[in-house]
Ligand binder design. Structure first.
Ligand code: LMR
Length: 329
């Protein structure tokens, strides 16, 4: 409801119509946790613009970036309860609710951005999104951020042994956490909005994240060793409260889907460029040290990560793993 209704001020304040606004305008509040200048931040803006254009302003999308409305710990509840209409958490953060989704977190599963796009925008991605129906959630799309890298405050990571004894921030996904326990480190599932302060308090030695998140949130100011590992991907499930979606007239539902599809295509076209551009900016900083994991070490990591695949196969789903491997190879 608008401010006027909320505060019972109808008689004293001009109505939306008197102000030249649209009386029956529908507002979609879209909450997310990253900076605007990131693949998710920019794609959310793109989606809002497209939808407003397509509906001639009948729908307005109001975006709340940087966790200003909800954070990792409360956004999913807010969506299910209809307190917010849209969120786009990483799929890793959905794996406690939907364990099969952790197939996307398997390290070194994806080799190229093209593979990521084909899987996430094809029938496999659709199958995953359909699982959200049980939770009063309409799964609209997957968006990409890019490949994750390793950032450390102490010495750089050049081999798996360098992780020994470190506290590593990883998102709350069993697969992601297992990567670091296998390397004898301790994973810590710090909420994204608290990460910078935890780094300031020197509570964490390392983290995995994409270049765009590392750059836009200034994590590189506190952790100055970056190793390009490309060991996993970060992507997002773009989700809408299902009751809200169902309450829209059919023509507006169609516009939402059209706008999402166009925004998704835009996302896959631009996410890599955004990460590449931020990498160039980091390369210009003399106090940020950038290494690339050697091919031999990468092959060692792949072997060492094998138990994570075995556990997924045994404990979660052999079929999902087979299906996704078929899509990729
Ligand atoms: C993280 O928690 O590191 C990421 O999920 C943040 C994001 O949404 O990109």
């Amino acid at each position: 409801i608008g401010y006027q209704q909320q505060f019972g001020l109808d008689s004293t304040l001009p109505t939306d119509e008197e102000q030249g606004g649209l009386n029956d305008q529908i507002v979609i509040n879209f909450s997310h946790i990253v900076a605007e200048n990131t693949p998710k931040g920019q794609t959310a803006i793109k989606f809002g613009e497209l939808l407003e254009q397509k509906t001639d302003g009948r729908i307005r999308v109001v975006i709340y970036p940087n966790g200003m409305l909800y954070n990792d710990n409360n956004e999913l509840n807010a969506l299910e309860n209809g307190d917010v209409e849209m969120i786009a958490p990483s799929f890793s953060k959905m794996t406690n609710t939907l364990p099969t989704w952790s197939v996307l977190d398997l390290p070194y599963l994806f080799n190229t951005e093209e593979d990521v796009e084909r899987v996430l925008t094809g029938p496999f991605g659709e199958q995953l999104l359909n699982q959200l129906g049980r939770f009063n959630i309409k799964g609209l799309a997957f968006w990409n951020n890019g490949f994750k890298q390793i950032l450390t405050s102490g010495k750089p990571i050049l081999a798996s042994g360098d992780f020994k004894g470190l506290k590593v921030r990883a998102m709350p996904s069993k697969v992601l956490q297992q990567q670091f326990t296998l390397f004898q480190a301790t994973p810590v599932a710090t909420s994204f909005d608290e990460l910078y302060t935890e780094l300031e308090k020197k509570e964490l030695n390392a983290q995995e994240n994409t270049i765009s998140n590392i750059y836009s949130k200034g994590f590189y100011k506190l952790q100055k060793n970056l190793t390009i590992t490309n060991h996993g991907i970060l992507g997002y499930a773009v989700m809408m409260n299902e009751d809200f979606y169902n309450s829209l007239p059919t023509d507006l539902q169609e516009k939402v889907i059209e706008a999402i599809n166009e925004a998704t295509a835009w996302n896959f076209e631009h996410s890599k460029q955004m990460n590449d551009k931020d990498l160039e900016s980091l390369q210009l900083l003399s106090d940020v040290h950038i290494n690339t994991l050697s091919n031999e070490e990468q092959q060692r990591w792949q072997k060492l990560f094998k138990p994570i695949y075995d556990d997924y196969r045994k404990q979660i789903s052999e079929t999902f793993l087979e299906e996704i491997e078929k899509e990729i190879n």
